[in-house]
Design a protein around this ligand. Structure first.
Ligand code: NG6
Ligand code: CA
Length: 498
């Protein structure tokens, strides 16, 4: 009853009295989550030396949020926050996970796909998972459980962790794709398997050199994090990954277009190793990092075409966003630093991936719903954390017991009153965004991660920035505005529970 009451209001206003007698249909929901795409990495957010016409089309015909946040500046916590509606800093295990980590989400926990399934959505994930699998000792040759299928996804086609971590295989509904009975696979993050070459010892086998870390198992001429043995026929070919994920996302739409569907399409670009398909090599002057962004843009365009061909585009709410901010050298020599030219992956923001500064968690954030959303730019503060409660509202439901709050009207552009406070995370450190202010507490540790050349935001002093006047966080107002600092310290401590 509640469900239909909610829908009726939403759809009646949209479609007029003609809808009155028909059963209203809930919109499909698609979240396209990029991996490490920065705030300045697409045309609509100011990039000039990269052409991203499909991303830009979503931005121009939808809502482009200028203050859109992931919950964290790294992947695992960010995705945990988005899918569960719980702040990742509440879970001390929500850190960048190895490929052998157990499932981070409790199977009893509320999740976005579970909530949508309650009202009849068919749910799927294609792409990067990175939230752990199994209960601690996975046998990769059997059904791998619990995993995404146990926390709300009806159909799953994933990479377990990251493109630079073993296992370097696709897993479809809990089974490694292409695994042969006579070549079982094993994965270990502690020690190598006897006789297996590594990036550290066998540089002659590499087509892409490692810069830091990433010198263990060699797959497809690229050494990774972690060791693996067997499963040779199942190993992915990095250059085909974008096409494979796209084809899966497209077939999901074709197969489920008649039921409302939720698709989490988690692309792997532009995370390392950056391996564009040969069709995209050299498409930018920026080397592989630029080329894979253009490749991802093409995938997005093809995916949108499929929605159009299947006549569901106008009934599909699409979110386009990223899990965390940008990094150039993240462990391989791939010319990202040398060839970046005038391009600013973080736009005007300070820091990058791993950082407490804005470029860590503030990401491209677009909501597109053809025919329903009024195109606009919104400066409201929004966060992926709030998808759970907001899409619950959209589908006539309510969720309790999480940090997620209902900002549906903001996501649909009907209101510009976004979040007033957010506690964001970067490698287990947190900071407060409050109105147009940010307050970063003191943290020990290096100011700069020299390997990736990113300012982490650590300082022995409190930092206070007024983002309205100083989006690049250059002027620390902690000393000149002690009243504001005190006010925000109190609020932060109250929210953070200290
Ligand atoms: C880091 C890796 C980095 C990347 C990151 C995870 C090293 C030295 N660095 O530990 O390359 O894989 O983890 O990225 O190993 S994320 O986008 O999934 O958070
Ligand atoms: Ca990431």
């Amino acid at each position: 009853m509640h469900l239909y009451a909610g829908l009726f209001i939403t759809f009646f206003t949209r479609c007029g009295p003609a809808m009155e007698s028909t059963v209203p249909r809930m919109p499909n929901i698609v979240i396209i989550n990029m991996d490490d795409l920065g705030y300045g990495d697409m045309g609509a957010y100011g990039a000039e030396s990269l052409l991203t016409p499909n991303m830009d089309r979503l931005a121009e015909e939808g809502i482009r949020f200028t203050n859109g946040y992931a919950t964290s500046s790294t992947c695992t916590p960010s995705r945990f926050g988005m899918l569960t509606g719980v702040y990742p800093w509440r879970n001390s295990d929500a850190k960048i996970l190895p490929g052998t980590a157990p499932l981070l989400i409790d199977t009893a926990q509320q999740t976005l796909p579970k909530m949508l399934r309650e009202v009849g959505y068919h749910t799927g994930i294609v792409g990067k998972w990175h939230l752990g699998l199994g209960s601690g000792d996975v046998n990769w040759n059997e059904y791998i459980t619990p995993g995404p299928n146990e926390v709300g996804f009806d159909e799953t086609f994933i990479m377990a962790a990251t493109q630079d971590r073993v296992p370097t295989v696709y897993i479809e509904n809990g089974r490694v794709v292409g695994l042969e009975d006579d070549d079982p696979m094993e994965v270990n993050y502690e020690e190598n398997f006897e006789g297996e070459p590594t990036g550290l010892d066998n540089a002659e086998l590499l087509k892409m050199k490692w810069h830091h870390g990433h010198n263990q198992r060699i797959v497809n001429g690229i050494s990774r994090i972690g060791y693996m043995k067997g499963g040779e026929k199942a190993e992915w070919i990095d250059e085909d990954m974008a096409d494979i994920f796209l084809a899966k996302a497209q077939s999901f739409v074709r197969e489920h277009k008649s039921a409302p569907f939720f698709l989490y399409y988690a692309m792997q670009q532009p995370h390392v190793p950056r391996t564009p398909h040969p069709r995209f090599v050299g498409r930018t002057n920026m080397g592989p990092r630029g080329d894979v962004i253009v490749e991802a843009d093409w995938c997005l365009g093809e995916f949108l075409k499929t929605l159009e061909e299947e006549s569901v585009l106008e009934n599909t709410l699409i979110i386009f966003t990223s899990d965390n901010g940008p990094v150039l050298n993240d462990g391989y020599y791939d010319d990202a630093v040398e060839r970046v030219g005038n391009h600013r992956p973080a736009g005007p923001l300070r820091g990058g991936k791993y950082s407490l500064y804005e470029a860590g968690p503030r990401v491209p954030f677009i909501v597109y719903w053809k025919g329903t959303i009024e195109p606009q730019v919104s400066d409201a503060v929004v966060c992926q954390l709030d998808f759970l409660a907001s899409f619950a509202k959209l589908t006539g439901q309510q969720v309790d017991g999480t940090d997620s709050r209902d900002y549906l009207d903001v996501f649909l552009g009907k209101s510009h009153k976004g979040r007033t406070t957010l506690i964001l995370e970067a490698n287990s450190r947190t900071f407060l965004r409050d109105g147009h202010w940010v307050m970063i507490p003191p943290y020990r540790g290096a100011a700069v991660n020299e390997q990736v050349n990113i300012e982490l935001g650590n300082s022995d002093r409190y930092q206070l920035y007024n983002l309205q006047e100083d989006v690049g966080e250059q002027i620390n107002l902690a000393e000149s505005n002690p009243d504001k600092l005190e006010e925000l310290k109190k609020r932060y401590e109250g929210l953070r529970g200290k």
